[in-house]
Design a protein. Sequence first.
Length: 269
Amino acid sequence: MVKRLAVVVVLLALVAVPLSADLKVVSRLEVRKVETTGPVNPFFAMMGNAMAQQMGAMNGTETTTTIGDGVIRSEMNKPLGGLPAGAMTILFADGSMIGINPAEKTYFRATMPDVAALAGLAPSVTVNRTGEFTELLGHRVERVVLDLRMPLPIPTEAMAQLPPGFPTEITMTIENWTAEAFRAYGTQMVKGNPAMAALGLAQVADIGFAMRQIVRTPMLAGYEMETNVTSVAETTTPAGFFEVPEGYRQVAAPAGFGRGAGSGPIGRD
């Protein structure tokens, strides 16, 4: 489960609407220990410690993301989610993806993790547009806070058998600083992601593109994640940028990457 959660962090976005240009974004991830104001649920603590070990390796990861028309390509400078440093992921609007390893000249095909199980959980999402504005990288951004509560899919007959203190819901706070200037790209990154849609986060799509984001949840047991955009610009990408290079060999998808490797033509159909 921990590895799947880390993979979801990697598979951050898909694409939903056409764009007039591509957007190139460089961002940096920070995972840090924070003070807790109350006792930590022991079950979340066990999960949080395991996640912290994995996510500690993610600390300082720099990701270069290029959002195109119906496709997103991301490149990581550190090992992440089972992928080596320098690997790339190419995500398509239909939920399929390609992973590329330039060091070994290999690639794999997979699909986004199956989120059908989340569809009936009816998460509650509260969006607070604070009206607090500042500037990041020369762009006007608004601080927007999302509070999410989602019940865990525990059968009624199993509730009585759970140990005391076992969590029955997931809570999460996401603090975004959003730029309206890149709203179309924010719309794609949220509405095109089935996991985010299943969590009820599509309603934030029209607010803007997140230039800074802090994620806090008891599941991280005293840790929080902050992502900051360090550069952003619209650009034109060369032909073949969103395709597998010629001569690359297909291999099996790493464990945890969606529903496994697929087949078919390389690149966009």
